[in-house]
Design a protein around this ligand. Structure first.
Ligand SMILES: C[S@@+](CC[C@H](N)C(=O)[O-])C[C@H]1O[C@@H](n2cnc3c(N)ncnc32)[C@H](O)[C@@H]1O
Ligand SMILES: Nc1nc2[nH]cc(C(=O)O)c2c(=O)[nH]1
Ligand code: SF4
Ligand SMILES: [Mg+2]
Length: 209
C-alpha cells in the first residue's frame, strides 16, 4: 500500500483535525469537569439542528498526524474527549492507543452511526433517528444522551433506553434552539421517569467553548 495521506487517514494514523481546546465538559455525566476536547471533522449523519455543521465536510479540515494530536493533548489534561463531526467515521484505534499509552483517560461523544473502533474509558452515545446506531454499540455505551427537539423524542428516548445495559446512565438534553419550550417537558418527564437525568449544554451558559 502506498504511503499517501489518504491511506494514512484510512488507517487512522492521520485524522482531519478541526479544533482542539481545553475546557469544561458541558454535557452529560461528566458535566463540570475539566477535559481536553479533540474535534475530528467529517460527519454525514445530517442532524438539521447540529451545532457544529462546519465539522461535516472532512475535506475542509487538515489531515493531522495522531502523534501531533497526542503530544498537544498531553500538555493540557489527562482527560480527553474525542468528538466531531462523527469520530467513528474514522478508525479510532491508533489515536486511542496512543493516548492510552500516555496514561490518559479517553472519552468519546458519538452518534454510533458507524462501527465502534478504539479503546474507550467512557462512551457517550447520542443516537439519531436519521442514521441509527449500529446495534453492537448499545451494550458498550456508558451514557445514553438523547436530544429532545420535539415531543416525539420522549418515545424515541424510551425505546433507545431498552437497548442499553442496566448500568448505562440516561440523559435527556434539550436541543439548544428550542430549549425554552422543551425544558419544562423534560423536567416533567424526568420527575415521572426518575431513571432519567437532565443534561443542559452548560458550556453555552458559561460562554466557554
Ligand atoms: C456535535 S456532536 C459530535 C459527536 C457526534 N457526532 C454525536 O452527535 O454524538 C456532540 C454532542 O452535541 C449534541 N448536539 C449537537 N447539536 C446540538 C444542539 N443543537 N442542541 C443540543 N445538543 C446538540 C449531539 O447530540 C452530541 O451529543
Ligand atoms: N464544553 C463543551 N462540552 C461539550 N460536550 C460535548 C461537546 C461536543 O461538541 O461534543 C462539547 C463542547 O463542544 N463543549
Ligand atoms: S451526528 Fe453529531 S456531528 Fe453529525 S450532524 Fe448529528 S450532531 Fe452533528
Ligand atoms: Mg458541542
Amino acid at each position: 500500500m502506498k504511503d499517501t495521506i489518504e491511506n494514512k487517514v484510512d488507517a487512522g494514523v492521520m485524522l482531519p483535525l478541526m479544533e482542539e481546546f481545553y475546557t469544561i465538559q458541558g454535557e452529560g455525566f461528566h458535566t463540570g469537569t475539566a477535559a481536553y476536547f479533540i474535534r475530528i471533522g467529517g460527519c454525514d449523519v445530517g442532524c438539521h439542528w447540529c451545532d457544529v455543521k462546519e465539522s461535516w465536510n472532512a475535506e475542509t479540515h487538515p489531515p493531522t498526524a495522531i502523534e501531533h494530536i497526542v503530544e498537544n493533548a498531553d500538555k493540557w489534561s489527562k482527560t480527553i474527549v474525542i468528538t466531531g463531526g462523527e469520530p467513528l467515521t474514522w478508525n479510532m484505534q491508533p489515536l486511542t492507543n496512543a493516548l492510552k499509552d500516555r496514561g490518559m483517560t479517553v472519552h468519546i461523544e458519538t452518534s454510533g452511526a458507524y462501527p465502534l473502533t478504539g479503546t474507550w474509558d467512557w462512551i457517550c452515545l447520542s443516537p439519531k433517528k436519521v442514521k441509527m446506531p449500529v446495534p453492537e454499540i448499545y451494550k458498550e455505551a456508558n451514557e445514553l444522551k438523547v436530544i429532545v427537539y420535539n415531543k416525539n423524542d420522549f418515545a424515541f428516548a424510551k425505546a433507545e433506553s431498552q437497548k442499553v445495559t442496566s448500568s448505562c446512565q440516561l440523559f435527556l438534553q434539550p436541543e439548544w434552539s428550542v430549549r425554552e419550550k422543551m425544558i419544562p417537558l423534560i423536567t416533567e418527564f424526568v420527575m415521572e421517569n426518575p431513571e432519567w437525568r437532565v443534561s443542559l449544554q452548560t458550556h453555552k451558559y458559561l460562554n466557554i467553548p
